[in-house]
Design a protein around this ligand. Structure first.
Ligand code: ATP
Length: 618
């Protein structure tokens, strides 16, 4: 949350108060470590702030000279000189101000650039567990709003503190030098200035809090009803009018709150101008008494200087009073960002990781045990071996742990006990990039980026030629579809590939894997029913694939099972049975049940389950 952002300046929300970050030396040191590379520019900014703060106060001091030495002394030359000087000083202060804001923005942008890159590269190293456990919105917020907040801290909070402290100090020194009694009067009335700001701030804060809740609700409605699946639901349940009314109600509440908020600002401005007048009047009064009755050496010019300087102190005092809130918010933001930086990288390359010359894609599980949470074991006692060129099918009831087992091979997770070997070496000892380069997974939920078919294919092999792309699409049985499209390979697949059917998406992802050309192919067959023609096309695409390379299939269809050399039946995280289809089918165990409930249905549909004999499959 940006400083002064969500609930307006001056006040912390209950949530913010409760989660007040602990500002430790270590935290500050860490924050300053980001500033360190830019110390030269920072030094320049500091000098600019100092100069512009002093120069901004100069016209107030010159006012005294204009009155005393120009107007009262009736000296035209002095009058013009001081007026010109005052103008020149203001111009210089503003020019320095421009330089200051340029430098500020430059530094802030560079620091956020560094932080964003560091965060992005750190997040990319995070394990699958991190992404499944953490809310995606939260990850994005930290990457975007929180880091943008840091930018605001540097461009506003930090410079405000420095420039306000300098302005106040310089103003006070000049005031005391001009006349200490009047300076004291000025200090006494300063707190008066802050009353309207704080009370208007309070009202605004409560309205802002309400309108924030309102805007969250609006966003919620928009997110829910304007998403692809949300719209579908609304349409199919004919809820357009109901949703419109829900939206309109909240929208109306929002405008009322906005009007109230803007009026709170109006009262605030009125109170401010009234109070701002009280200070000068008091100084004129006390100054007049001193000048007329106590000390005739006090001049009108001196009194005017004090009034002018007092006016210049109002802003900095208020800003400094609010800065504590900005400060706490900034620290909270840094703490949130550092929390992510500090999360250990769970899956890392071993320091002495091995990168073999080539891969056969052989896999062996030895007594593997795995759980996502310590309380619940997902896989236990898993041992099997897949030799080069062979194909294993994994079957089992939904939720039995099939996908989990697969995830252990490319090290999306690491085993708790036991070992997973790739070409005879523990995967934890292999170079991660080597391992993942040699494994291709066609997962159940095919993910395509929003782009063209070509872009999605080139993701696997950026330097693939047109011929290679076409050949891969041919083999994946998707080329017919592509060539029928007006724009061919340049057809846009839409948001997450939603413009394509499930079967088309899966065939494109098969083409993508073909281009990657991995030693080990893993195919996680979609559980969702595809029509028999699509299914046949996919089947035809993977058949030659598995015939030529080492592969693992998570199978939901008989045709796929029949194509494998060995079937592993997983139940409750264990290998309950293993063997070929003909060995298992008559055994009366889990496989028989699966066959009767799931596979035989598929077998009944002739196009979906072609008559592969085991011999053919091998
Ligand atoms: P299906 O055939 O339906 O895809 P599956 O056999 O592939 O199922 P898995 O996805 O491996 O099953 O899931 C096994 C168990 O692990 C399930 O009970 C599931 O709830 C749990 N599980 C899966 N992923 C996670 C995760 N990221 N965190 C915690 N538990 C998980």
């Amino acid at each position: 949350m940006p400083p002064g952002g969500r609930f307006g300046p001056g006040f912390l929300s209950e949530e913010e108060k409760q989660n007040r970050p602990k500002v430790t030396k270590a935290l500050l040191r860490r924050i300053f470590s980001y500033l360190k590379p830019y110390w030269k520019q920072l030094l320049l900014v500091l000098t600019a702030i100092l100069c512009s703060a002093i120069l901004t106060l100069m016209p107030s001091v010159l006012t005294g000279k204009i009155i005393d030495e120009g107007l009262i002394a009736r000296n035209m030359k002095a009058l013009v000189i001081f007026i010109l000087l005052s103008f020149g000083v203001t111009l210089a202060a503003n020019l320095i101000g421009i330089l200051e804001s340029y430098l500020n923005t430059w530094i802030a942008q560079h620091i956020t650039f560094d932080m964003r890159n560091a965060m992005y590269s750190h997040l990319q190293k995070m394990s699958q567990r991190f992404f499944t456990t953490n809310n995606q919105g939260d990850i994005i917020t930290r990457m975007t709003s929180d880091i943008s907040g840091v930018q605001q801290i540097i461009t506003s909070t930090l410079t405000n503190i420095i420039s306000n402290v300098i302005t106040l100090t310089v103003a006070l020194v000049i005031m005391f030098r001009e006349n200490w009694i009047l300076a004291l009067v000025g200090i006494v009335i300063i707190p008066l200035f802050t009353i309207p700001t704080r009370s208007a701030g309070k009202t605004r804060w409560s309205i802002t809090k309400e309108s924030q809740a309102c805007s969250d609700e609006i966003n919620g409605i928009l997110n829910e009803t304007l998403s692809v699946s949300g719209q579908l639901l609304v349409k199919l349940f004919c809820k357009e009018q109901a949703e419109y009314e829900r939206y309109e109600t909240v929208n109306r509440r929002m405008i009322q709150l906005n009007i109230r908020e803007s009026m709170a600002g109006r009262w605030f401005r009125m109170a401010l101008s009234t109070f701002a007048n009280v200070g000068p009047m008091l100084i004129y009064l006390v100054g007049g008494i001193i000048m007329m009755q106590l000390d005739p050496t006090v001049t009108v010019g001196q009194i005017s200087v004090l009034v002018a300087l007092l006016g210049k102190m109002y802003g900095p005092v208020n800003q400094l009073l609010n800065i504590q809130v900005d400060w706490i918010r900034s620290m909270a933001m840094f703490t949130r960002i550092f929390e992510y930086y500090d999360m250990p990288v769970e899956i890392e390359n071993a320091p002495d990781a091995i990168t073999p010359d080539h891969a056969d894609g052989e896999v062996e599980f030895r007594q593997v045990r795995f759980c996502y949470d310590p309380e619940r074991e997902i896989l236990r006692n898993i041992s099997f071996k897949l030799e080069k060129g062979r194909c294993i099918a994994i079957v089992g009831p939904s939720g039995s742990g099939k996908s989990t087992l697969i995830n252990l091979i490319p090290r999306l997770y690491d085993v708790i006990d036991g070992e997973v070997l790739f070409d005879g070496t523990d995967v934890r000892k292999l170079d991660l990039a080597f391992l993942r380069r040699n494994i291709g997974i066609v997962s159940q939920e095919t993910y395509l980026f929003n782009g063209t078919i070509r872009e999605n294919l080139l993701y696997a092999k950026p330097d693939a030629t047109e011929e290679e792309l076409i050949e891969a699409c041919r083999q994946a049985n998707i080329y017919d579809f592509i060539s029928k499209q007006e724009t061919g390979l340049d057809t846009v697949v839409g948001n997450r590939g939603l413009k394509l059917s499930g079967g088309e998406k899966q065939r494109i992802s098969i083409a993508r894997i073909l281009l990657k050309d991995p030693a080990l192919m893993i195919f996680d067959e979609a559980t969702s029913a595809l029509d028999s023609i699509s299914e046949q096309k996919i089947q035809d695409a993977i058949e030659p694939l598995i015939a030529t390379r080492t592969s693992i299939l998570i199978a939901h269809r008989l045709s796929t099972v029949l194509a494998a050399d060995e079937i592993l039946v997983i139940q409750d995280g264990e290998i309950a049975e293993r063997g070929t289809h003909s060995e298992l089918v008559g055994r009366g165990g889990v496989y028989t049940q699966l066959y009767e409930t799931q596979f035989s249905k598929a077998a009944a549909a002739p196009a979906a389950a072609p008559d592969y004999s085991e011999g053919e499959a091998q």
